[in-house]
Ligand binder design. Structure first.
Ligand SMILES: [Zn+2]
Ligand SMILES: [Zn+2]
Length: 429
């Protein structure tokens, strides 16, 4: 693959000469053409409020952590508010169920009371707690023995128990979760494309960050958080009418439906406001957990590898471009993992600087539960040690790469299938 060609232009705003790289956005430090990237989620009126608080909240939190030098104690204290709110929502759910049974038992001759109790029970049932089930394939223990050994070694360093399940998927990401009956099992999910492109110490950093979430009990907490979200979103979905004035009805019927919709809309403001409050509380809490997992993870890998690992989360667009190329190309010798490695290794320094600048100015983050990447890197840089506690030898690293390479063709074709499916979904909307 040819290296992207370079050129120069003058900035239209400040006339400074700028280096440009073909295929990448030209931009200037003065602010010209630095694209504001909004987070990757849909924004309703309530979301706007959350989005606007996002960067400010992240920045305040970062400054608090930088000045306190320790975040562990503060993490604990903030859980109280979040848990209290969660139990309030759960208590509301239980009260509605009790009220429904009261109507059924004491007013069973009243048709309206029976209808209301059925509706309430339906709403509560839809919003019930759901335990996560495994939907990723397992890393076969014999074929991925070196990867699994690395995960176990890091777990030992962090003083956390080994995961029960080692899973993989095709995402450019990694995660930990609780799953199975009553979420009793601990699982780590390794996104093979991301894991493959990382260098040895970056691999250590990624796994350390994920396992550090177990040390802080984050996956356990997410059972409660997830179920509260699920209840509130379900209530909102059921109650909130799609539109207030139904255009397809004759005027008189439309008027009565309009009155009904207004009532439903007003009632739906209850779960909608609860959702905003809960989201703001959880946003701060989850960002705090991420900073904590970063600092703990960086003590294992060392801060430099940790921060270059984080940089990879800005390359979503490159992963997408790579997937598009393998889907349309005819040359079967070009493999997804090889092409992705080349494309990421060729990201020009100026593009890396643009992504950091966007993260710094507009709060670009992986998602709303993570602080902007720039802030995370700043905290790690200031507070984590240079030398990590664990070094992955180049010999073991080569073995890990070979384990993934054995799945290269499978990953390639699965990635193409996934992309085609996504395109079909988009075209059917
Ligand atoms: Zn300029
Ligand atoms: Zn995390």
């Amino acid at each position: 693959m040819q290296h992207p060609s370079k050129g120069t232009i003058d900035c239209p705003d400040c006339n400074r000469p700028l280096i440009t790289n073909e295929g990448f956005t030209s931009w200037c430090e003065c602010g010209w053409n630095i694209k504001k990237i909004r987070p990757n989620f849909e924004l309703s009126l309530e979301d706007e409020l959350i989005y606007h608080s996002f960067k400010n909240q992240s920045e305040t939190l970062m400054n608090e952590i930088l000045s306190s030098q320790s975040i562990h104690k503060k993490i604990q204290s903030k859980h109280f508010l979040l848990y209290s709110f969660s139990f309030l929502v759960m208590a509301l759910n239980i009260s509605l169920i009790t009220f429904s049974f009261y109507l059924l038992v004491f007013h069973y001759t009243n048709v309206l009371a029976i209808l209301l109790s059925i509706v309430l029970l339906f709403i509560c049932w839809q919003g019930r707690i759901r335990f996560q089930q495994i939907d990723s394939p397992f890393l076969p223990r014999d074929e991925f023995s070196n990867t699994i050994q690395l995960i176990n070694d890091i777990a030992k360093q962090l003083n956390v128990a080994k995961p029960d399940y080692y899973l993989y998927d095709l995402d450019f990401n990694a995660a930990v979760m609780r799953c199975g009956t009553f979420n009793s099992k601990r699982a780590i999910i390794v996104g093979l494309p991301l894991f493959y492109v990382l260098n040895p110490q970056e691999k250590v950093a990624l796994i350390s960050h994920e396992l550090a979430h177990f040390s802080n009990n984050d996956p356990k907490r997410s059972i409660i958080i997830g179920s509260v979200y699920h209840s509130l979103i379900t209530w909102l979905d059921i109650l909130q009418p799609e539109c207030l004035w139904p255009s397809h009805q004759p005027a008189i019927e439309a008027f009565f439906e309009f009155l009904g919709n207004i009532c439903l809309y007003l009632i739906s403001r209850i779960p909608s406001s609860l959702l905003v409050i809960f989201h703001l509380l959880n946003q701060q809490d989850s960002q705090r957990s991420e900073y904590y997992a970063d600092l703990l993870g960086a003590t294992i890998s060392g801060k430099e590898a940790f921060n270059t690992m984080l940089q990879n989360f800005e390359y979503d667009h490159i992963v997408e471009l790579c997937t598009q190329r393998i889907t349309v190309q005819k040359d079967l010798s070009i493999n997804f993992l090889n092409l992705l490695t080349t494309m990421i290794s060729e990201v020009p320094a100026r593009e890396k600087k643009r992504l950091i600048t966007v993260s710094e100015r507009f709060g670009l983050a992986i998602d709303e539960s993570h602080p902007p990447t720039f802030f995370r890197q700043k905290v790690v840089d200031k507070l984590a040690p240079s030398q990590g506690q664990y070094t992955l030898s180049s010999e073991t690293h080569s073995k890990i790469q070979r384990e993934i390479e054995a799945m290269k063709d499978r990953i390639h074709f699965l990635k193409i299938d996934e992309y085609k499916e996504q395109l079909m979904l988009q075209s059917s909307w």
